[in-house]
Design a protein around this ligand. Structure first.
Ligand SMILES: [Zn+2]
Length: 279
């Protein structure tokens, strides 16, 4: 384990464009329940899961009814607002401040990376604390709309102040496409990174799961100036996993090595090792 921490620190220091991908594993250490684990939200409440699967379809068919229901049933994640980042989140924020980590792409909707101070953050599945315009992708804080008032005045759904489009919660629902700006930025990062740190995710949910696989391909497809697709080789990427258990990424050889353990313990050790080498 110690050798792998040293190896990860060295790989970070040798990298030119390191990024991190994070998932539920980094948030469960902040007491945020996952969805499908033994005490997961949906394991305990299958009706909520069935509702979640129908949600996007219902939003498209009846955004007003969808918002009314949204504002009258209690939020799934309860006291999420009170949740605090843990040492894993802070370690990634510190690596960014040291200039070693260029971007964090998270599947989590809990805003804990933001709270920990990560500046260049891509919230792949959105944020529970934001709303998003379905037409122009503008994001708004929840407090920028008085949703209760809109409901009482029969003015739902909320509309975008920039383009007039219908506004939804930012969290990406089942069947909802990943917002185009986020999808594009994430692909760019996966293409250009030379080090990918995968923290607390087995990366099995698509299309997020493509990102490590795209990075592993070491190829880049882009529309050339002549309009033809060209494939240009980019430099090799090192993929490091920090996960509690081996994952499909480990088994398929997508990752170069796995540091097995809790993100809240392993990531701070990597930061310490990096700082020791910088001294
Ligand atoms: Zn808009």
């Amino acid at each position: 384990m110690e050798q792998l921490i040293e190896r990860a620190a060295k790989d970070l220091l040798d990298s030119k464009h390191a990024i991190a991908l994070t998932g539920a594993g980094i948030s469960t250490e902040s007491g945020i329940p996952d969805f499908r684990g033994p005490s997961g939200i949906w394991t305990k409440d299958p009706d909520a899961e069935r509702r979640a699967y129908r949600s996007y379809e219902r939003f498209l068919a009846d955004p007003k009814g969808w918002w009314q229901e949204r504002l009258t049933i209690p939020s799934l994640l309860g006291d999420l607002e009170k949740a605090m980042p843990n040492l894993g989140h802070y370690a990634l924020a510190e690596l960014e401040k040291l200039g070693l980590l260029k971007c964090v792409i998270t599947q989590n909707v809990d805003a804990l990376h933001e709270k920990a101070g990560t500046a260049n953050l891509i919230e792949y599945h959105g944020s529970l604390f934001k709303l998003r315009c379905m037409s122009c992708n503008s994001r708004f804080g929840r407090d920028e709309f008085d949703l209760e008032k809109l409901m009482s005045e029969n003015q739902l759904p909320p509309h975008c102040s920039k383009c007039g489009g219908v506004v939804k919660t930012d969290g990406v629902a089942f069947g909802e496409p990943i917002p185009s700006d986020v999808a594009h930025q994430s692909l760019e990062e996966a293409w250009k990174c030379d080090l990918m740190l995968i923290c607390g995710t087995s990366a099995v949910v698509h299309p997020f799961a493509q990102l490590p696989r795209i990075a592993r391909q070491r190829k880049r497809e882009r529309e050339s100036e002549t309009g033809l697709y060209v494939v240009e080789q980019v430099q090799a990427v090192t993929i490091v996993e920090v996960n509690a258990e081996p994952t499909p990424l480990t088994d398929e050889g997508i990752s170069d090595y796995l540091i097995q353990g809790k993100t809240g313990e392993v990531l701070p050790q990597i930061v310490e090792e990096v700082k020791a080498r910088l001294r």
